[in-house]
Ligand binder design. Structure first.
Ligand code: PBG
Length: 330
């Protein structure tokens, strides 16, 4: 029978976890409200705050209602929103024409927010899926694949209008080839050198976007997005996409979904010197919400831990639907 002193354990990592103050001293990663970006869904009308069936505690806001929400975000230390437009069905067509119309909802929302909150950083999602009747991120060929270059030309128009309305960053989320390059060129040509590009550089063809598509009524009518979004089985391809977008002139890179792609976040953040962020997407949010609703998980602890680990992997910032709740919790 061995006695305790015979064990000769001299290296004891637990000494560094002995007291809360020591653990706090040594904590390597922290969550900060200023590193959150809030996805903001805007819709037509006035005084509207529409609940969304598939996403608890996420709402579609009319512009006036969005302003009160932004004030709340600001008070919680969050200063960045990423705008998505909810388009009514009669405005959708196969080409997503509404995306480039002057004075459309996106441009209105940008200028309204800019006017009321000049210090907020406004990002705008640049993709056609909220505006196409089939739900794809671009103009379709006869065989159902998205036409790359034609789609990019339309995205350039959309980005330009957003820039004219006062957007701070555009965030192309469509995964067309060469769009960062063309968007940068277009913005520069029209003297919008100070409008940045947050590129959804590695966006996987993921089932975790389901609830988001419900919010925007953009669920696919035909096919899937596998001919433009990355296969979840692939890592090198995602890293390649990220480095390409850096070369093309992206100011920040985004990887999504977040929790299923921590390896990619880690790999990319080691390979680039521009900031890398992650999007905790709708399905990730809903999984935690659903488990919490059933009493299976502690909601705030689950959000805190997932977001911390996303940062630990290398994400400098996180787009998350839980931003406000987590900021208040912290
Ligand atoms: C589409 C877009 C999607 C998301 C952001 N932009 C969905 C898709 O590609 O079908 C998903 C975000 C989320 O699930 O929270 N351009």
């Amino acid at each position: 029978m061995m006695l305790e002193h015979d064990l000769e354990i001299s290296i004891r990592p637990r000494r560094n976890r002995i007291k809360p103050c020591v653990r706090a001293l040594l904590q390597e990663t922290h969550l900060l409200p200023q590193e959150f970006i809030v996805p903001l869904f805007v819709t037509e009308g006035h005084k509207k705050k529409e609940a969304v069936q598939s996403m608890p505690n996420v709402f579609r806001y009319s512009q006036d209602a969005a302003l009160s929400y932004i004030e709340e975000l600001q008070n919680a230390g969050i200063g960045i929103v990423n705008l998505f437009c909810h388009t009514s069905p009669e405005k959708k067509d196969p080409f997503g024409s509404e995306a480039t119309k002057r004075e459309n909802l996106l441009q209105q929302a940008i200028s309204t927010i800019k006017r009321e909150f000049p210090d907020i950083c406004i990002m705008a999602d640049i993709a056609l899926d909220p505006f196409t009747d089939h739900g794809h991120d671009g103009i379709l060929d006869d065989d159902g694949t998205v036409r790359n270059d034609e789609t990019i030309l339309q995205l350039s128009q959309m980005a330009l209008r957003a820039a004219e309305a006062g957007v701070d960053f555009i965030s192309p989320s469509d995964m067309m080839d060469g769009r960062v390059k063309v968007l940068r060129k277009t913005l520069d040509q029209y003297h919008f050198q100070n409008v940045g590009i947050l590129s959804y550089a590695a966006k996987y063809a993921s089932c975790f976007y389901g609830p988001f598509r419900d919010v925007l009524d953009s669920t696919l009518k035909v096919g899937d997005k596998k001919n433009y979004q990355v296969n979840p089985a692939n890592a090198k391809e995602a890293v390649f996409e990220c480095l390409l977008d850096e070369q093309e002139g992206a100011d920040m890179l985004l990887i999504k979904p977040a929790l299923t792609n921590l390896d990619i976040i880690a790999a990319v953040s080691q390979k680039t010197n521009i900031p890398v962020g992650a999007y905790q997407v709708s399905g990730e949010y809903c999984m935690i919400k659903a488990a919490a609703y059933n009493g299976w998980l502690d909601e705030m602890k689950a959000f805190e831990e997932s977001l911390l680990c996303i940062k630990r992997a290398g994400a400098k910032f996180i787009i998350t639907y839980a931003a406000l709740d987590v900021a208040k919790y912290l």
